[in-house]
Design a protein around this ligand. Structure first.
Ligand SMILES: *Cc1c(COP(=O)(O)O)cnc(C)c1O
Length: 431
C-alpha cells in the first residue's frame, strides 16, 4: 500500500464512505437525521493498530466505550480482539452484556461512586485507580484485586522538545509521582501481585510524537518503581489521545511509525533492563471518528445578513462544534465534484445561536432536500448527545462490509423523553 499517496489525497478533500444513492436507499427505511458507521473502515483500522503493535506480546486495545457506546460497535471491535475501557456503571453493564468480562475490561474511572467499584470488581475488571485515597474505597467495596493499575499524572507542562502538548498540572486525573510509590507500598501489603501504569496527557494529538513520548516517560517510571519498590509491572496503558485529521490541511497519524517508535523506547528502557511489559491502549477517537458520519437533510434556506442552511439535525446530535468550536468537514452528497462557490452557515433548530455545524463554510450551491454528510463524527459524536429544547437523539445505523445496512439504535421518541415524567399527572401513560 502506498501510504504517502493516501495522505496527500486527504489534504485536498475528504471522501464520504457512502454514496448519495446508498443514503437515499437507507432514507427510504430510516429518515434523517441518523449516524452512519462504516464497518469496513472500522475493521481495517483496528487490524492495522494490532499490526503496528504485533512486536509486543499481549498488546491489547481497550476501546474507550464513551466515544461510541453502541453494543454492535463493541461486538465488532471484539472480533478483532479489543477489550472495553469503561468509566461508569452503564458502560460496564453494556460491556458485560456484549460478552466482555475479567481482563477484557479496563475500568478507568474518576470520582468513582463506590457501587461502580463494587460492580467492576464483581466483573473482575482491571481497575485503574485514579487516586491514592481510592485504595480505601476499593478495600471497603468489593476488596482489592491481585492485579491493579495506577493512573499517573506527572504534573507541570507536558512538552515534546519545544512543542507544548498539555498541562497535566491543571488536570484532575491521576496520582503524583510520590503518591505512586506510597500507593504501591500500601497495595503490596494488601496482597497485590501485579501492577500496571496508566497515563493520559494530551487529547487528539497529530504528528506521531505523542504516544512514543508518553511511552518513554511511562517506561522510565515503571523501571524506577520496579527497582524502588521491588514489584512487578505487567503492563502500561497508554490510554487515548491519538488524534485524527478533522481539517483538510492536517495529516493523519501513521500508526505503524508510532508502533515502531514505541518499540525503540521499549527496547531501550524495558528490554535492556531485563523487564517485560504488555502494552495496552484505550483509544476512542482514533478507532471510530473517521468511520462515522452524521447524515442530515437540508430543510430550510434563509437569506438575511448571512446565508443560512437549516438542517434536520442540531447540536443535540453533535455537540462538538458548539462545545469546542470543532471543525467537521461537510460534503453535500452527490455534489462532490461541484465548485465550492457559496458561503453558508449550516445551522440546527435549537433556540441557541451557537447551534451551528459550520460557520462561513465554502460549499457548492445547496438546495432544499440536499443531504449533508458531516465527517469524522464516529467518536464523541452521538455519545455526547443531550435533550435540550426537547430535541431527541437520532438513530444509529451500521453500513456493513457487504453493503447492507442495519439499525443499531432506534431514534428516540417522545415516549422516551416523557418516561421519567410518568410519575406526574397527565404523563402516566408514558411509563
Ligand atoms: C476519553 C478517554 C479515552 C479515549 O480518548 P480518545 O481521545 O477518544 O482517544 C481513553 N481513556 C480515558 C481514561 C478517557 O477518559
Amino acid at each position: 500500500m502506498n501510504k504517502s499517496f493516501k495522505m496527500d489525497k486527504s489534504l485536498n478533500t475528504k471522501t464520504p464512505f457512502v454514496s448519495r444513492e446508498k443514503i437515499e436507499e437507507i432514507m427510504k427505511v430510516y429518515p434523517t437525521p441518523f449516524y452512519l458507521y462504516d464497518e469496513k473502515g472500522i475493521l481495517e483500522n483496528a487490524r492495522n493498530l494490532y499490526k503496528a503493535f504485533s512486536w509486543c506480546e499481549g498488546f491489547r486495545e481497550y476501546f474507550a466505550v464513551k466515544a461510541t457506546p453502541n453494543p454492535e460497535i463493541l461486538r465488532l471491535l471484539k472480533t478483532v480482539g479489543c477489550g472495553a475501557d469503561c468509566s461508569s456503571f452503564a458502560e460496564l453493564k453494556m460491556s458485560e452484556i456484549c460478552g466482555f468480562s475479567g481482563d477484557d475490561i479496563m475500568f478507568s474511572s474518576n470520582e468513582t461512586p463506590v457501587e461502580e467499584f463494587e460492580y467492576a470488581n464483581k466483573l473482575n475488571a482491571i481497575i485503574n485507580l485514579d487516586d491514592i485515597t481510592h485504595i480505601e474505597y476499593l478495600k471497603n467495596n468489593g476488596g482489592i484485586p491481585k492485579k491493579i493499575c495506577l493512573r499517573f499524572n506527572p504534573g507541570g507542562d507536558f512538552k515534546i522538545g519545544t512543542s507544548f502538548m498539555g498541562k497535566p498540572g491543571e488536570a484532575k486525573y491521576g496520582m503524583m509521582r510520590e503518591q505512586l510509590s506510597e500507593a504501591i507500598k500500601i497495595l503490596k501489603n494488601e496482597g497485590v501481585k501485579e501492577f500496571g501504569l496508566h497515563s493520559f496527557l494530551a487529547s487528539n494529538t497529530l504528528g506521531n510524537e505523542y504516544y512514543p513520548a508518553l511511552a518513554k516517560l511511562m517506561f522510565e517510571v515503571v523501571l524506577d518503581l520496579s527497582k524502588e519498590e521491588g514489584v512487578t509491572f505487567s503492563f502500561v496503558n497508554l490510554s487515548g489521545g491519538i488524534g485524527i485529521p478533522y481539517k483538510l490541511d492536517e495529516k493523519p497519524n501513521d500508526i505503524f511509525l508510532i508502533g515502531e517508535k514505541i518499540k525503540e523506547a521499549y527496547d531501550e528502557i524495558i528490554k535492556k533492563n531485563g523487564l517485560k511489559l504488555k502494552i495496552f491502549t484505550e483509544l476512542g477517537r482514533f478507532m471510530l471518528a473517521p468511520f462515522g458520519a452524521l447524515i442530515a437533510k437540508v430543510i430550510h434556506e434563509k437569506h438575511i445578513y448571512k446565508e443560512y442552511i437549516g438542517v434536520d439535525a442540531c447540536s443535540v446530535n453533535l455537540m462538538r462544534p458548539m462545545m469546542y468550536g470543532a471543525y467537521h468537514h461537510i460534503t453535500v452528497l452527490g455534489k462532490e465534484k461541484q465548485k465550492e462557490d457559496h458561503v453558508y452557515d449550516i445551522v440546527g433548530n435549537l433556540c441557541e445561536n451557537s447551534d451551528k455545524f459550520a460557520i462561513d463554510r465554502k460549499l457548492p450551491k445547496i438546495e432544499l432536500g440536499d443531504i449533508l454528510f458531516i465527517h469524522d463524527t464516529g467518536a464523541h459524536g452521538f455519545s455526547m448527545g443531550y435533550n435540550y429544547n426537547g430535541r431527541l437523539r437520532s438513530a444509529e445505523i451500521l453500513l456493513k462490509e457487504n453493503g447492507d445496512f442495519e439499525l443499531i439504535r432506534r431514534k428516540e421518541t417522545i415516549d422516551d423523553y416523557f418516561r421519567t415524567l410518568s410519575i406526574l399527572p397527565g404523563f402516566e401513560e408514558y411509563k
